[in-house]
Design a protein around this ligand. Structure first.
Ligand code: SIN
Ligand code: CO
Length: 412
């Protein structure tokens, strides 16, 4: 397999960020948002209108070099797509891609998109963490695209909010708030039929464009370039309804298992029938009455959302330590280096429960440190030492460490 020369700029990916980055506090202006505070940004732009931010991250380095991105695109568990626009024809292929399956670097108009890079690389996760002024429950993933000159995915719209951060080379973005979002038929990707750009900018490394859902946009590489997309999840109402009903059904089944004599459908008044195939109207009525008894409250909704939104994506596999430290050595190590959530872990909480990777647990008794751990995604060595007197806490953390959900930090 031919090896590609490593001709990505030397500075790219040269600073390994392994310590967690704290999110900007809501009321402190930040260059990331053009010197707005996160609160101002959320009030004025979030879900409302686009914002171009010059030098959101000055001297930005691509979290991964081009060759590292190509290597990732060759892995089975990574979602990668190749989009080409050769001879005026859009084509889409799904990965994995061996390096020699990608077009030549000299070829114009192709782009490789790698989804969920934050799950595979701590530097990518650290970049995503800068956007934690938006609740984790809304944060989806970091996608990185590499494009050869003229490459892009065509004019399209997305159904979610996105920050498009230029991390290498230049890209020309054109955007439009047009109403007509009809798509070109017979094209394997979502390409707008009639794109009428209203604004246009060339983004250089460190520049960033925020787009709310349904803003038409088209980004074309000027020379080779790399762009990071920080995307947010926005489940549809029908997805939420279906998943919630599924959650209620699962709860109902476990209630049934617990009851000695679960309530069964009964019809002691059913008369004999001459038309056995006919669905009895009384049956529909009685089942209607049973369904009308289905009740839920805010706790059920929060339990559902906590579990559903912290559930790892289907491709996620945690890597438990091959030779785990025993609890005593784990405590010793955590007392020196502290702990951090694994980059793939999702930890959410509300006033009574916490949800770690899809599992719900009571918060009671853990409140004093778990909230801090969830918000900062790390526990300093000093903080861990204050907790290590409580054996139930150290046992729980040791269990999470053994599952690969948390990491005992290496010194940085
Ligand atoms: C890209 O990075 O090429 C595409 C990102 C987008 O338009 O959403
Ligand atoms: Co887009």
């Amino acid at each position: 397999m031919p090896k590609r020369p490593l001709d990505h700029p030397a500075h790219a990916a040269s600073t390994r960020i392994s310590s967690p980055v704290l999110p900007p506090s809501p009321d402190v202006p930040t260059p990331l948002l053009g010197n707005l505070t996160p609160s101002q940004f959320m009030r004025r732009y979030w879900q409302k209108k686009p914002l171009l931010i010059r030098q959101a991250i000055p001297n930005v380095a691509a979290p991964l070099s081009r060759d590292e991105l190509f290597e990732l695109a060759d892995q089975d568990e990574v979602e990668a797509r190749l989009i080409t626009h050769f001879r005026n024809k859009w084509q889409l292929e799904h990965g994995p891609f061996a390096a020699d399956e990608l077009p030549s670097l000299k070829q114009r108009a192709w782009t490789l998109l790698v989804q969920g890079v934050d799950l595979h690389d701590d530097r990518a996760r650290a970049l995503l963490d800068r956007f934690r002024f938006v609740p984790d429950a809304r944060l989806d993933d970091l996608m990185i695209s590499y494009a050869s000159d003229g490459g892009g995915v065509g004019p399209h719209f997305d159904s979610y909010d996105v920050f498009l951060l230029q991390v290498h080379g230049k890209r020309r973005w054109r955007i439009s708030a047009q109403r007509d979002l009809s798509l070109r038929p017979g094209v394997p990707l979502k390409v707008l039929q009639n794109f009428e750009p209203e604004e246009e900018w060339v983004l250089e490394p460190g520049d960033m464009l925020y787009l709310p859902p349904h803003i038409a946009h088209d980004g074309v590489a000027e020379g080779e370039c790399m762009t990071c997309s920080i995307g947010f999840r926005a489940p549809s109402s029908s997805e939420l309804t279906a998943q919630f009903l599924y959650h209620l059904a699962e709860r109902g089944e476990s209630d049934d298992r617990e009851e000695r004599a679960p309530k069964l459908y009964r019809d002691p008044q059913q008369p004999a029938v001459a038309h056995p195939a006919e669905l009895p109207a009384a049956l529909v009525e009685r089942v209607g009455a049973i369904l009308a008894q289905v009740r839920w409250n805010e706790k059920d909704i929060a339990s559902f959302l906590g579990a559903y939104l912290s559930e790892p994506k289907p491709s996620v596999v945690f890597d438990p330590p091959e030779q785990p430290l025993n609890e005593a050595r784990f405590i010793q190590r955590a007392s020196n280096f502290g702990l951090r959530l694994d980059r793939k872990s999702v930890l959410l909480y509300n006033s009574r429960f916490f949800f770690l990777n899809g599992e719900e647990n009571r918060l009671a008794g853990l409140k004093k440190w778990l909230i801090e751990f969830a918000d900062s995604r790390c526990l300093s060595a000093k903080r861990f030492v204050t907790l290590s007197d409580d054996s139930s806490v150290t046992a729980l953390l040791h269990e999470w460490y053994r599952a690969g959900w948390i990491q005992v930090d290496e010194p940085v």
